[in-house]
Write a protein that binds this ligand. Structure first.
Ligand code: ADP
Length: 426
């Protein structure tokens, strides 16, 4: 129960729409703001007894300010929350020294605050990072010039309390960091799984018109054959021929349905087993091959050496090929491209399989080349592109200890998959 409440507080402001790095910073800010609020509030009894009355007011103000960081995050004012956290932490120590006097131990609390910006700011916020590193350092030196504590203050308590505070802040900071890192990793895995499922559905959606065609055509052919049989029941040779034809058509339609079923399945838990390369290509082509021929695109598949097998999750490699073929189709099926072809090459040596998909399209613009593997990067506009195909495909190939790259040396657009023939032992 307490854990659930804590987790909810730490998750304030989290959303799928924000990048992972920011999500991490938001969570760290929440955790440290909670810690700061607990510490300021926890100091009030001590300060009420041993320090000037204003110190208690400072404690309560700091508690409120730390809580406001959580509220800022909740309202998605992420930057304000982080700045507030760092300002409050520094101001609270400064105010403490102003009230109590320049106690060396109290001033050392500025040290852990130097680490704070590294926990909540990104490298792109370098200016702010420098500023919030400089503030506690300046705080330490400025407070050194202040008056020592007036006689009569219960200093022993503070001399013990300050190091405890410093130690707690460092320990809690690193604990929070580790927790958030672990949490972020889990989130990333979940997001990847969701994206993978999404990408498969998107790819299926993109292929749906082709698939409808694949099913509709055989149905029409079966209908025609059945009509002929009904009209000529007295011609056994013709009936037998038409029967054979129907059988062939049904077999093909059922192969397509099998491939579809296969493709919409999550294969991330499948074992790596030896699979014929021919079958990997066959499954991919079963789904999207027709689309090419029907649009006058020459789809050339290099002969696959007989008996060539590779240890893999064969469905995932087929999924990567379908993604690459889908992109190749999009690149060549435009009016501005007059010569329309797509080629699949297969090369294998003892250690490695290389599958390349090349197309005669206009190519990847130089400015986009560095970004095409980023998740959600697309040049196809929101209605047509999702930008997840290549990033996901690269992830699937990487899970096979392989690489997926754009061949920048090639004259045409060429994507190359390289996978070891045998997976290294885990
Ligand atoms: P999507 O296809 O949904 O845009 P991808 O991740 O598959 O997402 O591709 C990202 C981008 O890479 C595409 O928007 C396109 O700009 C570029 N790209 C991928 N394949 C090709 C290709 N064969 N020819 C030209 N550009 C390509």
């Amino acid at each position: 129960m307490t854990i659930a409440v804590l987790d909810r507080l730490l998750s304030l402001g989290q959303s799928d729409a924000i990048p992972d790095r920011l999500a991490r910073h938001v969570r760290v800010t929440n955790a440290l703001a909670l810690l700061g609020a607990a510490m300021s509030f926890g100091s009030t009894p001590l300060d009420a007894v041993g320090a000037p009355f204003l110190t208690v007011v400072v404690d309560l103000a700091a508690t409120a300010a730390f809580v406001s960081c959580l509220l800022f995050n909740r309202r998605r004012h992420y930057f304000a929350a982080r700045v507030m956290l760092m300002l409050t932490a520094n101001a609270a120590i400064l105010a403490g020294v102003l009230q109590v006097g320049a106690v060396a131990e109290l001033r050392t609390v500025f040290f852990p605050l130097v680490l704070l910006p590294f926990l909540v700011l990104g490298t792109s916020e370098r200016g702010w990072l420098f500023l919030f590193v400089a503030i506690p350092i300046a705080g330490y030196f400025v407070t050194g010039t202040m008056d020592p504590p007036p006689p009569g203050l219960a200093m022993t308590v503070y001399r013990v309390y300050a190091p405890v505070l410093t130690f707690t802040m460092i320990a809690a900071g690193s604990a929070v960091f580790t927790h958030v890192e672990r949490n972020a990793e889990a989130r990333l895995l979940q997001a990847r799984a969701r994206a993978a499922q999404g990408a498969r559905l998107v790819a299926l959606g993109e292929m749906s018109s082709g698939i409808a065609h694949e099913i509709k055509n055989p149905l029409a052919a079966i209908h025609l054959a059945a009509t002929q049989i009904a009209e000529r029941p007295d011609q056994p040779t013709l009936v037998a021929q038409l029967g054979e034809q129907i059988k062939r058509i049904v077999m093909r339609a059922s192969r397509i349905i099998d491939a579809l079923r296969l493709f919409s399945r999550d294969a991330s838990a499948d074992p790596f087993v030896a699979a014929p390369v021919e079958r990997i290509l066959g499954d991919a082509l079963e789904l999207c091959g027709k689309r090419f021929t029907e649009h006058g695109i020459d789809l050339v598949v290099d002969p696959v050496p007989t008996g060539l097998e590779i240890e893999c999750r064969h469905l995932q490699i087929s999924q990567v090929l379908v993604n690459l073929l889908g992109n190749a189709y999009d690149a060549v099926a435009v009016d501005s491209v007059s010569e329309r072809w797509v080629r699949i090459e297969v090369h294998a040596d003892r250690d490695r399989l290389e599958l390349a998909v090349t197309d005669s399209g206009a190519g990847v613009p130089a400015a986009a080349q560095a970004r095409i593997f980023e998740p959600f990067f697309t040049t196809k506009g929101p209605d047509r592109g999702t930008g997840i195909g290549l990033s996901l495909s690269r992830g699937l190939v990487a899970a096979h200890h392989g690489t997926l790259e754009l061949d920048t040396e090639s004259r045409n657009t060429r994507f190359v998959i390289r996978i070891p023939m045998v997976q290294p032992p885990r």
